[in-house]
Design a binder for this molecule. Sequence first.
Ligand SMILES: [Zn+2]
Length: 302
Amino acid sequence: VATLAPAFVYHPSYHLNIGEHVFPAAKFRLIAERLERDGLCAQNHLLLPDPATREQLLLAHTPAWVNALLDGTIRYEQVLKLEIPYSQPMVRAFCHHAGGSILAADQALKQGRAFNIGGGFHHAFAAHGEGFCAINDIAVAIRVLQQQGRISRAMVIDTDVHHGNGTASIFHADRSVFTLSIHQENNYPYTKPPSDLDVPLEDGVGDQEYLQHLAAALRYAFDTFQPDLIAYVAGSDPYCQDKLGGLNLSIEGMRQRDTLVIQAATARNIPIFVTLAGGYAANLDDTITLHTNTAHVLSAPA
Ligand SMILES: [Zn+2]
């Protein structure tokens, strides 16, 4: 694995077209702009993904769910569970996020590190979507690279404050993919299909305790499983001022979280790609800062 600068992946279509919503769909564009301002990546160096194809989506999702989304035959109760309004632009956006994670995974294999300024929709199951997640871009990307014969084994390290239920479910019987979720136990989703390693945390856990649990989980995971590729699901919602999270991490604690995960990959010379997942800080600017800090750590992991 070379040590080039990370590749950054983004598409204007990432905006989910969901109107006024607790999910800040503007964050994708705002992070892309902040990355340029911080000198991490000029806008004209961002890699533009193609939308994931129907065939690619079918590697992680059932035909019934893919058809319901793409053909507009989704049922009312399926939209309710999704908790975002259904539209063709919304579906198109999720296809672009999945294409972005495929491209980021591809770039990680080529140059070691890549950052999708989107993706991380870990609540999407094979046969339904929920919790603002229609398509599980993480699972689609891993399955595409496996099908291409470019990786055998992958590890998902999910540090979003919410359990990675969709990803855990999709890979439950798949021994080629190790799933790790460190999350607030007393929070959505209330039914949590088992990951290969779950680290449930009490309400209000702060920096020091969180980082101890994460470091121990990473040691166990890499003692147990040697992946060819790591998908880092870097939700910014463990942050103390998150509206949907109940953990108590500071901005500096979140940066140390990123450092632990990214160093675990780079120290072992394992390609890693980042997806954003959730982030609902009371102040949107904090959400942009937290996700951008992940990109800073990825760019200079030493
Ligand atoms: Zn979340």
